[in-house]
Design a protein. Structure first.
Length: 417
């Protein structure tokens, strides 16, 4: 390195969303407790969640000096109306949308950028130029991301191109249809939550030398015995002591084949909630929590108040108390199903969900859940007793994951890549 080049220092985290911030937060806090400087670029919903979890997040708005801000904001304001969310700051959204779109324009020109957006919308963003400038500006010694596309993957690719050590924290599993398995560039280290996840990475052709089975820091909190008390308090506050609580965690479905028309978008979840509410009326011993994805909860119709039904605002309500309070957890592909299994809850998986079918993300085939084969079978499966499952390596190693991930990052910071 040239003597005039400042030494790299600190760790840059790039992540978004409530669930992904939960993976990052324990690691950031552990590193900061050891005197390591950390920057957390927390995107979209992740910004407020990062604050709620005690972090000091940054957003795209804090780095507008790295781009033509006026041009980026012009693009962002044009795109914002169709991409707005009630829990994401409007200015930050405009910065995020505009910088990403400007990245396309600078790389491909106006015409191609418009084509890319028309084809994939914001889900196709990959701001390689912006992330490169960000890394060059902050000069971190390690770049860490979660395993999502867009900004997270762009940060890893930009780090690799600049020979900055990088680490990706894998979500839960790496099933064949997972977009993560089809990247051309991977981080120097990939932390896997289980032996099964590591095996899936191997089967996809990813070098075993990159992979460490650490568990996932997002789930360390499940080992805290205080969670049980939170669950008991949730029950007590609603007069549900002694009830069997079902937690329904739903999300939008595919809007294209092979989705049935009535299942597309919020359709499947609406039908499931209707059946759950009807089933509940005949079961005075049961209570229901309805919790839709934090980025989508506002897109589902309000089915009205009903005795023993609590509809959660998932962008504000913590998952922990609801999960600890629940006895049975019903999911499509939500990682809440994985957390519930780790807590020993009964997990039911909607195997007929188009998303489950298309992504092959079926907890009932991963040794964690009981299958609900059809919508019509839902009530019958709910009334069945729990089943035991064969261990196929889908659970994390014993102990907390956070120290293991921290050790990997510190080793990379010391040059042990």
């Amino acid at each position: 390195m040239d003597d005039a080049t400042p030494a790299r220092d600190g760790v840059l985290f790039v992540t978004y969303g409530n669930g992904h911030i939960a993976k990052v937060a324990p690691v950031v806090k552990a590193l900061e407790a050891r005197g390591v400087r950390c920057w957390v670029l927390a995107l979209t919903l992740g910004f407020m969640q990062a604050r709620r979890m005690g972090l000091q997040p940054l957003g795209y708005k804090d780095f507008m000096h790295l781009v033509d801000a006026n041009k980026a904001l012009a693009y962002g304001r044009k795109l914002w109306p169709e991409n707005q969310h009630p829990d994401v700051d409007e200015f930050e959204s405009c910065c995020y949308l505009g910088v990403n779109y400007l990245d396309w324009v600078e790389m491909h020109g106006e015409e191609h950028a418009a084509q890319l957006y028309a084809k994939g919308g914001r889900r196709s963003f990959l701001p390689l130029q912006f992330m490169g400038r960000l890394i060059e500006s902050l000069n971190p010694c390690v770049v860490v991301s979660t395993s999502s596309p867009r900004s997270e993957q762009a940060a890893i690719e930009a780090a690799v191109a600049r020979q900055v050590p990088s680490l990706t924290m894998l979500d839960v599993f790496a099933n064949p249809h997972d977009a993560y398995l089809h990247h051309k560039v991977y981080a120097d280290r990939i932390t896997a939550p289980s032996r099964l996840a590591a095996r899936q990475l191997h089967d996809a052709g990813i070098d075993d030398g990159r992979v460490r089975v650490t568990g996932c820091p997002a789930y360390d909190y499940l080992q805290d015995t205080a969670g049980r008390a939170e669950g008991a308090a949730f029950r007590q506050a609603r007069g549900w002591v002694g009830k069997h609580i079902v937690l329904w965690c739903g999300s939008l479905e595919l809007s294209s084949p092979p989705a049935l028309p009535e299942y597309a978008g919020p359709g499947l979840c609406v039908l499931v909630e209707q059946r759950l509410r009807q089933w509940l009326r005949a079961r005075p011993d049961v209570a229901l929590i309805v919790r839709y994805h934090p980025t989508q909860y506002h897109l589902f119709p309000d089915q009205g108040s009903q005795e023993r039904v609590y509809v959660s605002n998932s962008a504000q309500d913590g998952l922990g108390p609801q999960l600890h309070a629940a006895d049975t957890v019903l999911v499509q592909t939500s990682t809440v199903g994985f957390e519930a299994a780790l807590l020993g809850k009964r997990v039911l998986n909607l195997a007929f969900s188009p998303t489950v079918i298309c992504t092959e993300y079926d907890f009932s085939k991963l040794g964690l859940a009981q299958s609900v084969p059809t919508l019509a079978a839902l009530e019958a499966v709910l009334d069945q007793p729990s089943k035991a499952f064969e261990d196929i390596g889908s659970r994390p190693p014993v102990g907390a994951a956070t120290p293991r991930v921290v050790d990997e990052i510190l080793a990379m910071a010391r040059g042990n890549v």
